[in-house]
Design a protein around this ligand. Structure first.
Ligand SMILES: CC(C)(COP(=O)(O)OP(=O)(O)OC[C@H]1O[C@@H](n2cnc3c(N)ncnc32)[C@H](O)[C@@H]1OP(=O)(O)O)[C@@H](O)C(=O)NCCC(=O)NCCS
Length: 136
């Protein structure tokens, strides 16, 4: 999957947040610390530093959501990250029910909160949950 494909899927999936450009994806993928898990209509981008894996973003095209792709992407990157990391973390908007449910199903638990972290174009800012999960 190219950075262009990733930018297209990201823009389609994140309707209430700034879309990441193809150049941003290309730059992230240039880092030796970043890897991607891919499916035909989705991807996850992960950075591993100092034994901790951070899910930078995950997106499944809206036309293909609810078919198990997100769960498969999570399983793939978490299995790959066990080689270099003992723990994983991520941030998610508290009002993102599908993502919160997906992460909980994958073993993530809430470890912190950033009040008003996500700006919304048409509503009040939303808290971010910091979630963590052991790997391996
Ligand atoms: C979050 C996202 C990646 C899930 O991908 P998906 O392919 O639709 O997920 P799956 O079909 O694999 O579903 C896996 C689990 O996620 C949860 N889930 C998925 N869609 C859901 C929904 N609409 N409502 C509630 N839970 C949902 C469920 O726990 C589900 O397990 P189940 O099928 O056993 O109930 C996808 O919704 C997405 O791209 N959203 C927009 C981008 C985004 O918000 N990314 C996360 C930012 S932190």
């Amino acid at each position: 999957m190219t950075p262009q494909n990733m930018a297209q899927i990201h823009a389609a999936a994140f309707t209430d947040a700034r879309a990441w450009s193809a150049a941003e994806f290309a730059s992230l993928l240039d880092s030796p610390y970043v890897f991607a898990s891919h499916a035909s209509q989705g991807f996850a981008l992960v950075r591993v530093v100092a034994g901790e894996a951070e899910l930078l973003t995950i997106a499944v095209h809206p036309d293909h959501q609810g078919q198990g792709t997100g769960r498969a992407l999570m399983a793939d990157w978490m299995a790959r990250a066990t080689h270099t990391a003992g723990e994983a973390f991520l941030e998610v908007a508290a009002d993102n029910a599908p993502a919160c449910a997906l992460y909980a199903a994958c073993g993530f638990v809430i470890a912190g909160r950033r009040a008003g972290y996500y700006q919304r174009s048409s509503a009040q800012a939303v808290d971010a949950w910091l979630m963590r999960a052991p790997l391996g």
